[in-house]
Design a protein. Structure first.
Lengths: 210, 224
């Protein structure tokens, strides 16, 4: 991960309205390699909206996002980030292997090859299973495997622990710890409290303003 | 080059998906054959009338079949989050979109091309118009997929975009219909058709260049 030392994600004075309701305003933060940002807040407080703004799906109603000092549209942002959202982003008619191969073609090669990644998320042996035969937790693991096979510095995860069992949660936490230790960064929302004590954790608590 | 790899990967993936959902994918073709086959039953066994109507009937059915297949172009990708992943790819979305449109044409347009001569014989289209029918289909069915893509990209985020899609796309389909069926009609009466074919070719080439960018922009808006 060259120039991961200089990488930074900076949000400056973001605000977001939804249906004329102010979700948040003047939200600023900076994230450096080795840090995790945990977004907290009640349902409907704008966590997912903030993540979608960080992904560039939504425009912030005010404010700007910078990657390594330049606006995300003018930087290598999309080469350096990966997103796992509510929707899995996998095709249920295709097999596990076909899905991951396609994900690889869309990005560039990452730390692990497909076999290693499946091993890591404990889906080894499921290569040729169509995704619709997997359980909800296994589908989640599959979409998280995507993070491992493509090149990325920044993980943006929307409720990554949904439908995972206790062992799965531990697994994802350890993958995240490994990613962070190697100079990666992560932004996530979660109702599950992260149990990793040694993680360099920043918290933002979103409160719906009236 | 990675972008070309991604382009092929998307075509390959969509063809594979179509193969896995073949029953669903055969729908437009089935519709096309059915509509054309029903005309002689409704109009009655009047060979002259059918022969005169053949270019129009085949082209209207092809157009409606294309319209029927359009919604599937981005719908499933939108619903399962694949579209989000494509948006986040470092590659230009317009190139990926072009790959999807080409795959869509291979699955929905190409079969029409193969069946149409059979149906033309069935309606008694004169032999001298057969070549022209083929040429118009080769030129204009990709055009239908391309033009439709903009409409689908604009409406895919709406819950009930079907009606709006037809309203948006049909006016743009009308020139294609006029030139294509006009060309077949003229060929059937032995007149030259170069002008119509050239216009269709020009429309196809400009659509190839002009469609991917606004489609990509519309998809970005729909995902919002």
């Amino acid at each position: 991960m060259e120039n991961s030392q200089h990488a930074s994600l900076q949000a400056s004075e973001l605000s977001c309205f939804r249906d004329e309701r102010l979700l948040f305003s003047d939200l600023s933060f900076t994230l450096y390699p080795g840090e995790v940002l945990l977004l907290e807040g009640a349902n409907g407080s704008g966590k997912t909206s903030l993540l979608r703004i960080l992904c560039g799906f939504r425009e912030a109603d005010a404010g700007e996002i910078y990657w390594c000092g330049s606006k995300i549209a003018e930087s290598s942002y999309y080469n350096d980030m990966a997103y796992v959202g509510h929707a899995d982003g996998t095709k249920k008619e295709l097999t596990v292997l076909e899905n991951l191969k396609f994900a690889m073609a869309l990005g560039s090669a990452g730390k692990y090859d497909i076999e290693q990644a499946l091993d890591k998320v404990q889906l080894a042996g499921f290569d040729d299973n169509p995704v619709h035969t997997l359980s909800a937790g296994q589908k989640r693991r599959l979409s998280l495997a995507r993070l491992l096979i493509t090149h990325n510095l920044l993980w943006i995860l929307d409720e990554p622990f949904t439908s995972l069992d206790r062992q799965g949660i531990k697994l994802i936490e350890s993958l995240m710890a490994e990613h962070i230790a190697q100079g990666g960064m992560a932004v996530l929302t979660s109702h599950h409290d992260l149990s990793m004590a040694d993680l360099n954790l920043k918290r933002i608590h979103l409160q719906a303003c009236q | 080059m990675p972008i070309i790899q991604a382009f092929w990967a998307i075509i390959r993936r969509d063809l594979l998906l179509a193969f896995r959902r073949r029953a669903e994918m055969a729908n437009p073709l089935f519709f096309f054959v059915l509509v054309v086959a029903l005309f002689p039953l409704a109009v009655g066994a009047q060979p002259n009338l059918l022969r005169a109507m053949a270019p129009g009937v085949i082209w209207v059915s092809a157009l409606l079949a294309a319209l029927l297949s359009l919604d599937g172009l981005f719908r499933s990708d939108f619903e399962d989050g694949s579209l989000e992943q494509m948006l986040l790819s470092p590659h230009a979305l317009s190139i990926l979109v072009l790959g999807k449109i080409i795959a869509h044409w291979l699955v929905t347009g190409l079969p029409l091309l193969l069946v149409a001569p059979l149906l033309a014989v069935f309606l008694g289209l004169p032999e001298q118009a057969m070549g022209t029918l083929w040429l118009t289909l080769i030129l204009a069915t990709p055009l239908l997929s391309l033009i439709g893509a903009i409409g689908v990209a604009l409406t895919v985020g709406l819950r009930r975009g079907g009606m709006l899609l037809s309203l948006l796309v049909l006016p743009l389909y009308v020139p294609v219909l006029i030139f294509a069926s006009g060309a077949v009609d003229r060929a059937a009466s032995g007149l030259p058709v170069n002008a119509q074919l050239n216009i269709l070719l020009a429309m196809l080439l400009s659509a190839l260049v002009l469609v991917p960018l606004p489609t990509a922009a519309a998809l970005k808006m729909s995902v919002n």
